[in-house]
Ligand binder design. Structure first.
Ligand SMILES: [Zn+2]
Length: 663
């Protein structure tokens, strides 16, 4: 996942290049901001931004308009991005609430800025000659157009009202999901099948019941291992209904607003409006892509579901005919098949992937591949569990050389914290000003050890973090992950392979000599077990992407009714009364009309792996990838980057081989 917060960076500690490689720039001071300070600084911040905008409007000639934008972006991002982290991860409820209130207050500024016809005219008149300047000018012009600067004044006002409300709706939607604190009391008999570690980690009530919460360390293993189907139904249903029904109203309102927005610009619907700014280009291109995915996975999904049905029948001791699969059976049965057929028990494997060692593992991989070094530093953090690392260029012998950026790790669940795993921006880098980028990983891992799937999640989010941290873009708005939305998952999806293949997995022994390494046979079995679910996994991804596209095509419709109909047409059907769209944060935080981007990105990710020719630890290819894909960030069109790296046009062959198990 990628965070959907405004791009930007911290101006307060723009690094002095003379210090690079010797000492860290002071890390962003946001960690010490409490609720009161946020509220006070928020008003000052808005004032200062408006003053900067007025200053930009005073000039008529283009002059240094790109540099001025960069300075403004460093200023706004430097305040907003840390605030986004606090809103999602601050331990105190008051701080999270103050951060949200402040972000809501600052929302209108972005539209004010990009509706300024005076500054728009300056950017229009600018003659850029360097490719990075041309790309930044183009990006700014797109932002001006999307904010309505090229429209008539009354339409401009309409766009501003719509954008402001959309931004607020997005923030509220995510808050409602973060704030879910449902826990389900289950008797010891109802948690039969769960391992001792999982039981110990749960809170128990006065009657001795286990309180099962909906965060991943609690929910994931429960759905895979709880023997009691009724209990699984209860927990699964609660999970489907997170933030429901209140978020459905926010989502439906957003759909109406997005449709209105598209119409102001003369587009038929939001999908057409939004996709013109993405690699795919049009709803038709996405539709074609999804159709090819559907036809590729259909049969694989059917085969896998039939296997699950047989498993359920044998478990019940009955004939398979007439046995019906329920949605809350899937993870459980899949887990059983993984254990019985492929001899894989993800829970058992936690002992072989201690969480700390797993973090050192992914850092070690990145060090080898990209020629960098991570150096732990004591800095102020928003919670004692958070750790900070400087990222340096590695000198021969592995010693730390020049400072490149920084990375915060906030890995374990806390009450009120963002409930998935994501890479958040803390500040963007800008080569123009010498500011280093900083990212934060906010995740919810088991503190003792990871399953292979969780190791992949860690490596995936690290892929996003490195895309940000290794950025060498000239302008902050082009920094690292600030790329086209359907390209943003490419580095993270590609990096996942390093968590699955034998050669990189052997590196684990370097960071944890005492850990029992996976045998070659175990790695093969794990891979087979993962492939076993591919049909169901991609069929589900197809459904999410098609649902998202349907919501944003044609006239606005009810999200829930559309979901009921579309999920109802799937093989497992819809369970009446469940309301998944209420917690579908993606389409309220940047992936709207863009969910297909995960699979679209995977096409490119798997294709680019071919450049390694099977040697995933080849530092020469790693460094070329760093230079040609990661460092440019959004300063060049993604198509161009990929073609340069591959030396040819991309091909979907590797992706289709992966999803149909033909690899
Ligand atoms: Zn991601």
């Amino acid at each position: 996942m990628k965070n959907a917060l405004p791009a930007g960076a911290l101006a307060l500690s723009a690094a002095n290049p003379a210090l690079a490689g010797t000492a860290a720039p002071a890390p962003p001071g946001f960690s010490v901001m409490g609720a009161h300070e946020i509220t006070v600084r928020c008003d000052e911040e808005l004032e200062r931004r408006r003053t900067l905008l007025q200053r930009m409007e005073r000039h008529a000639a283009p002059g240094q308009v790109l540099e001025e934008f960069n300075a403004l972006s460093l200023r706004t991002g430097g305040f907003d991005d840390p605030l986004g982290v606090l809103q999602n991860a601050a331990p105190e409820k008051e701080t999270r609430a103050a951060a949200l209130a402040c972000l809501e207050k600052l929302v209108p500024f972005s539209t004010e800025l990009f509706q300024s016809t005076k500054v728009y005219a300056r950017v229009l008149a600018l003659k850029a000659t360097q490719p990075e300047d041309q790309a930044y000018r183009r990006l700014l012009l797109e932002n001006f157009e999307d904010a309505g600067a090229s429209l008539a004044p009354d339409q401009r006002g309409q766009v501003k009202t719509i954008q402001d409300e959309l931004n607020t709706l997005g923030l509220r939607f995510r808050k409602n999901v973060n704030d879910v604190d449902t826990s389900i009391a289950l008797t010891p008999a109802q948690v039969e099948g769960l391992p001792e570690d999982w039981r110990k980690a749960r809170t128990r009530d006065a009657q001795g019941n286990y309180l099962v919460s909906l965060d991943y360390p609690s929910y994931g293993p429960f759905m895979e291992m709880a023997v009691d189907a009724k209990a699984r139904e209860q927990v699964w249903t609660a999970f489907q209904n997170r933030a429901a029904p209140q978020n459905l109203e926010l989502l439906d309102r957003a759909l109406v607003l997005r449709s209105q927005l598209a119409q102001v610009y003369g587009f038929a619907d939001y999908a057409s409006f939004s996709l013109r700014r993405k690699m795919a280009g049009s709803p038709a291109a996405v539709s074609d892509f999804l159709l090819s995915v559907k036809s590729a996975v259909d049969e694989v999904e059917a085969r896998e579901l039939e296997d699950l049905r047989q498993e359920k029948a044998s478990l019940l001791g009955v004939k398979a005919e007439g046995v019906q699969l329920d949605r809350w059976d899937i993870a459980f049965l899949q887990h059983r098949i993984q254990r019985n057929r492929f001899n894989v028990d993800p829970e058992q494997l936690r002992a072989q992937f201690p969480t700390d060692a797993s973090v050192r593992f992914v850092m070690r991989i990145a060090e080898k591949l990209y020629g960098i070094a991570f150096v732990a530093q004591e800095v102020p953090v928003w919670d004692p569990a958070v750790r900070y690392y400087e990222v340096h260029d590695a000198l021969p012998g592995g010693k730390a050389g020049a400072l490149i950026g920084g990375l915060y790790l906030d890995l374990f669940p806390r009450e009120g914290k963002f409930s998935h795993a994501a890479a958040f921006g803390v500040r963007n880098g800008s080569v123009l000003t010498g500011q280093h980028p900083i990212k934060a990983l906010i995740c919810n891992f088991n503190s003792k050890g990871l399953t292979p799937a969780e190791l992949s999640t860690l490596v995936h989010e690290f892929g996003h973090a490195l895309h940000g941290v290794l950025s060498r873009a000239r302008y902050a708005d082009q920094s690292g992950t600030a790329v086209r939305w359907d390209f943003v998952e490419v580095p993270s999806l590609m990096f996942e392979e390093w968590s699955r293949r034998e050669q990189p997995l052997r590196v684990f022994a370097e960071v944890c000599p005492e850990c029992t390494p996976l045998s070659t046979q175990q790695i093969e079995q794990l891979d087979a077990a993962r492939r076993f679910g591919a049909g169901m996994r991609y069929a589900r991804q197809w459904l999410f992407a098609s649902f998202d596209l349907a919501l944003h095509t044609g006239a606005p419709k009810s999200a829930l009714a559309t979901w009921e109909q579309m999920e109802g047409a799937s093989r497992l059907g819809h369970v009446p009364g469940t309301m998944m769209p209420a917690s579908f944060t993606h389409i309220m935080g940047g992936y709207e009309a863009g969910y297909y981007g995960y699979m679209w990105s995977e096409v490119l990710a798997l294709d680019m792996l071919s450049a390694f020719h099977g040697n995933l630890l080849d530092p020469a290819v790693g460094k070329r990838y760093r230079r040609e894909i990661l460092e440019p960030g959004g300063s060049r069109p993604p198509q161009e980057l990929v073609e340069q790296f591959l030396g040819r046009k991309p091909s979907p062959e590797a992706f289709f081989a992966e999803i149909t198990g033909r690899r």
